[in-house]
Design a binder for this molecule. Sequence first.
Ligand code: NAP
Ligand code: ZN
Length: 349
Amino acid sequence: MKKSIAYAAYEPNKPLAPFQFERRDVGVNDVQIEILYCGVCHSDIHQARNEWGNSMYPMVPGHEIVGRVTKVGKSVNEFKVGDLAGVGCMVDSCGHCPDCQDHLEQFCNSCVYTYNSPDIHNGLSTYGGYSDSVVVDQRFVLNVSDKLNLPAVAPLLCAGITTYSPLRHWNIKRGDHVGIVGLGGLGHMAVKIAHAMGAYVVLFTTSPEKALDAKRLGADEVVISRNQDEMSKVSGTLDFILNTVAAPHDLDQFMALLKRDGTMCLVGVPDSPHPSPSIANLIFKRRQLAGSLIGGIKETQEMLDFCAEHNITSDIELIPIQKINEAYERILKSDVKYRFVIDMESLKS
Ligand code: NAP
Ligand code: ZN
C-alpha cells in the first residue's frame, strides 16, 4: 500500500480539506501514476455537494488526471516507468457485456467511476485525482502526447471526450451548422473541437463579455441567448446542438433553432429537471432531444490523438490545491477562462 495525500470533501456543506489514505498495491495489470495535474470539472462540485444525491464521504474528487508512470504490474506492456499517462472518468468495467464489447464502457452496468464509486479493492469508495498518485488497471489508462502543454491536456480527459463523443456520434462534418450552448469548461472544448471538424459553429452564451473570446476559440457566430431578436435570427438553421449548461433552463428556445430532423444533445446534469420541452417543437420538424455520457476508452484515445494532431488543448487557469474552494465559487459564477487545473506540486507545500 502507498500513502497518498489529497484534498477531500467531508460533508456536502463544508469546504474541501486535506485528507490522507492508502492506494492499493500495484497488481499485475495495474499502472501507478504520479499525478502532476488534475482539472476541476463542474461534476466535482455537483458531487462534492451531493447535488445528485449519491455522494459518499470522504470524497476525493477529480477525473481529469495527467501524470507520469512510476510503477507497472508484470502484465503491463503498453506503459513503462517515466511515460506520460492520463486517467479520465472511469477506472474499471466488467469487460464482457455488450457495452464493453462495443468499447462503450461508460454504459456498462458495472462501470467504476474514478471517484465516488464503490471500490472492490478496499470496500470503500474510489478516490479521484485531487491527490498525489493513483493506481489504475491498464485498460483505463490513456497515452498522452508530450507535444502539448501538459496541464492544458488534463481537461481533455473529461471535458474533451464529453464533447468529442457526441460530435462524432452525430457525425458532424465540414459545413454542418452546429450550436454549442454555454461557454464553460465543456463548452469551450466543444467550440474548439467542432471548429476543427470543419463545422460552422454558433455559440450561445448568457455572458455577453465572452463573445470576443468565443470567436478566438473558433466560433463563427455568437448569440446572446437572453436576447430574443438574436435568437430568432438563427431559428431553424442548425443541424445539431450540444447543450453543456449546468443549470435547469428553457430547452424549447434551443429546440426551435434546429432544422428538420435536427438533434439537441444534452450533456449538462443539473441538480433539478429542466422545464419539459414542447411536443410541438419535436413533432412538427421531427426534431430529437438526446443525451450523451462521456465516451469510451478507445474513443478517448482517439480524441487525445485528434487533439494532438490539431494542436487543441484547454484554456486553463493553473491553481494550487489550497485554492480549490475559491475555484468552486468562481466556477459557479462562470468566472474562469475556461477550466481550473490543479498543480499537484502544491500538495507538498
Ligand atoms: P461550467 O464550466 O460551469 O460551464 C457551464 C456553463 O453553462 C457556464 O459557463 C455558463 O455558460 C452556462 N450556464 C451556467 N449557469 C447557467 C444558467 N443558469 N443558465 C444558462 N446558462 C448557464 O461546467 P462544465 O464543467 O462545463 O460542466 C457542464 C455540465 O456538464 C455540468 O452539469 C457537469 O456536471 C456536466 N458534465 C456532464 C458530463 C457527461 O458525461 N454528460 C461530463 C462532464 C460534465 P455561459 O456563461 O456561456 O452562459
Ligand atoms: Zn467531468
